[in-house]
Design a protein around this ligand. Structure first.
Ligand code: ASP
Length: 317
């Protein structure tokens, strides 16, 4: 096995070889998912618990489908209605779950670092499904798979990540991954939505979309994350769309075969023109969703292999 991780908490500590191993395995799951019989057995007999402390549609559904297709029993905990609301701490909840012997815990949490903390308290494998503005590793991996399939490679590309970078875990995970794979990254957006310490990210920064998109191969748009803003970061949505929303005119600066991406959920008419989002010749947004299931199957398969190997070792000692 190329890669035997205990948890998948972020991209920051993965190597290019780890990333390639996940993407290669995910390719086999893309094929499986297009068949009528979609059953793989990598998680047979295992229990997967999804704990989402923040709303999610596609990520939660994607992890649920991925686990079921691999043969796991999947439990979705409705965290809004859970004991957390009654004052139980994250760690108490984790310990309670731990006692039920799950094998995979998929966690989304509004606080950066919460998933990491939880992973130190439980015996099972933990997957980060997004923690605050920190990381969203499976999103970056599914984006990488989508790019690799569309462009034939995931290195030496010019990639523009546009919009609300400061509040985006998607941007952070993508910056780590795309840098590790030796791409040229541009961050494009208003200065108020750029993270602090950006000079250490190894990226070029633009606040003008026309300049930022010049000759890029990939245009990755981000949602304006109002729920993480505690003040006025943009003048108005209309003005934002005018300056930083992706329109046909702005996209014309990119290469003719540039692809357009968005992690969803999209604010049409705010960060992206609805026509471009739906243009099957430019937009790979639907493909991103498809790749999401395959990448999550690959990640859980690798974690399950690691878990089994460690359990075998523990028995033989
Ligand atoms: N779905 C992604 C996330 O959970 C992107 C977004 O919400 O804008 O971070």
């Amino acid at each position: 096995m190329a890669f035997s991780p205990k948890h998948l908490l972020g991209i920051e500590h993965l190597s290019p070889t780890d990333i390639t191993a996940i993407l290669d395995l995910a390719e086999t799951y893309v094929d499986l998912n297009r068949k009528e019989q979609k059953q793989g057995g990598a998680l047979a007999g295992m229990t997967q618990v999804n704990m989402f402390f923040e709303n999610s549609t596609r990520t939660q559904a994607s992890f649920e489908l991925a686990g079921k297709r691999l043969g796991a029993d999947v439990l979705n905990l409705a965290m809004g209605a859970s004991s957390i609301k009654k004052g139980e701490t994250l760690i108490d909840t984790a310990m309670t779950l731990n006692a039920m012997n799950p094998d995979m815990l998929v966690v989304r949490h509004p606080h950066s670092g919460a998933v990491d903390l939880l992973s130190q308290k439980v015996k099972c494998a933990v997957l980060n499904a997004g923690d605050g503005r920190h990381e969203h590793p499976t999103q970056a991996l599914l984006d990488a798979l989508t790019i690799r399939r569309a462009k034939g490679r995931i290195h030496r590309l010019n990639i523009a990540i546009c919009g609300d970078i400061a509040h985006s875990r998607v941007a952070r995970s993508n910056i780590f991954l795309l840098n590790k794979m030796e791409n040229r990254i541009r961050l494009v957006g208003p200065q108020t939505l750029m993270p602090s310490g950006i000079d250490k990210f190894g990226v070029e920064v633009y606040d003008d979309m026309n300049e930022g998109l010049k000759d890029v191969d990939v245009v990755m748009m981000l949602r304006l994350q109002r729920e993480r803003m505690d003040g006025a970061f943009i003048p108005s949505e209309r003005e934002y769309y005018y300056r930083w929303g992706l329109t046909r005119e702005k996209l014309a600066n990119a290469k003719d075969d540039a692809i357009v991406m968005h992690p969803g959920p999209m604010n049409r008419g705010v960060e992206i023109d609805g026509d471009i989002a739906d243009d099957i010749n430019r937009s790979v947004i639907q493909e991103q969703v498809e790749m999401g299931v395959a990448v999550r199957m690959a990640a859980m398969d690798l974690l399950a292999q690691g878990l089994r190997a460690r359990r075998r070792e523990a028995v033989s000692v």
